[in-house]
Design a protein around this ligand. Structure first.
Ligand SMILES: Nc1ncnc2c1ncn2[C@@H]1O[C@H](COP(=O)(O)OP(=O)(O)O)[C@@H](O)[C@H]1O
Ligand SMILES: [Mg+2]
Length: 391
């Protein structure tokens, strides 16, 4: 019943946004929605993948597209969800290579069962495709975009994002901005004890005329560090006003005058997160040190491969990694087949700092956890440069 027990990346295709999002939600946080088969095809990495085709794909062009896809991509297994399941449609779908046809509205358990069956038949194939290097390296004066992501809530994304942002802001001689892209439940402002007047909603409201100067005015400054923050909407309902395209534009403007744009995200894939991951120079994948977290990260990694995310820009951050937890770091690395770039110990200083609204790197700078967060920042801007670059 649990969507998490599907062991392969899952994509959902339907031109209708609410339909594909609803199906993706039923499939759990790893399912990635796409508006068309063409969009999906551009992202397929060549590893086994389950594709759920929504009701809008159950027509002639949709089935034609499915046939092309399934013929050229033997590693893809498809399930079709149709509004009107006739014998004729069923036969046609099976003939074009779809493995199962279900009728809408579909129950979550039934949908997941069908997807799991297809996943099982596909999973004999190797899952370790080499990462494609698609994105061009960023050069010149453009700031580096670092997205902090995890498909598990409570993994420590916001703690990592805030402390990284603050540390880089202290070290850098150019502005550093932290964007709270957890649009519904963002808590960057609370963690940094800021009382924002303006948020990303204002930036989107002015998007037609938005430039660096206007956007600068909308940022709130974290005085102790100099970090600039673009806060999440003050109310979850406003999140709807922000789409992936606006977010991309805002990040591009920010990187035009900042040395680093750090982005905190929600705990699921949506179109905004997908774009952010693509646009980023680096993605920090935060994993808590327990079995559900690691299982989640494994599927998250496979999904990122599905998105053709170059593995070179992914960095695994193991949070709460210390002796008291029974999981061994080496074992986790073996399971995920990725080396951890950073290990952050569990420390009561973190929740204490969070409750004070003061990031732990400032609140308890001598603690082990602060030191490991400083080391994480070294990956982007080494501490030695501080003396050189300090104002
Ligand atoms: N290394 C750590 N040691 C102790 N507590 C931590 C640590 N990292 C995070 N936490 C606690 O876990 C809570 C959730 O972290 P948060 O960054 O808000 O997760 P996310 O943004 O991924 O949902 C925080 O309030 C913090 O108190
Ligand atoms: Mg968070």
């Amino acid at each position: 019943m649990s969507p998490a027990s599907i062991s392969l990346p899952v994509a959902v295709v339907d031109p209708d946004q609410s339909t594909r999002n609803r199906l993706a939600m039923q499939l759990g946080e790893h399912a990635v929605p796409f508006p068309s088969i063409t969009d999906l095809e551009a992202r397929l990495p060549g590893t086994p993948t389950v594709v759920v085709l929504g009701p809008s794909c159950a027509d002639d062009p949709g089935l034609f597209g499915a046939e092309e896809l399934l013929r050229s991509r033997p590693e893809v297994g498809a399930v079709l969800v149709a509004n009107e399941l006739t014998t004729e449609l069923f036969q046609r779908a099976i003939r074009v290579g779809v493995r199962d046809v279900l009728s809408a509205p579909i129950e979550t358990a039934q949908l997941n069962d069908a997807v799991r069956r297809v996943a099982e038949t596909l999973s004999v194939m190797a899952v370790n495709a080499p990462a494609a290097s698609g994105t061009a390296p960023v050069t010149g004066e453009l700031g580096q975009v670092v997205t902090v992501f995890s498909t598990k809530g409570g993994a420590g994304k916001s703690v990592v994002a805030c402390n990284l942002g603050v540390t880089l802001a202290i070290r850098s001689d150019r502005p550093v901005v932290l964007v709270d892209a957890d649009l519904q439940f963002g808590d960057v402002a609370v963690m940094l004890k800021l009382a924002p007047q303006r948020t990303i909603v204002d930036a989107v409201g002015a998007i037609e005329h938005l430039d660096a100067t206007m956007l600068q005015d909308m940022l709130i400054r974290h005085e102790p560090s100099g970090l600039l923050v673009l806060p999440a909407p003050l109310e979850p309902a406003f999140a709807d006003q922000i789409n992936a395209e606006y977010m991309t534009q805002i990040i591009e403007i920010l990187r035009s005058f900042c040395s680093f744009v750090v982005v905190d995200t929600p705990a699921y894939f949506n179109e905004i997160v997908l774009n952010l991951i693509e646009q980023s120079d680096d993605v920090l994948l935060v994993a808590g040190m327990d079995i559900p977290n690691i299982k989640n990260v494994k599927i998250g990694l496979q999904t990122l491969r599905l998105l053709n995310t170059p593995m070179s820009k992914l960095h695994l951050v193991l949070n709460r990694a210390n002796a008291k937890v029974k999981l061994d770091v080496n074992e986790v690395e073996r399971t995920l087949q990725v080396r951890a770039d950073s290990q952050i110990p569990s420390d009561v200083a973190v929740p204490q700092a969070v409750n004070k609204g003061n990031p732990v790197v400032l609140d308890a700078p001598k603690s082990g956890v602060a030191k490991s967060l400083e080391q994480l920042a070294d990956m982007f801007l080494p501490a030695e440069e501080k003396s050189k670059k300090k104002r």
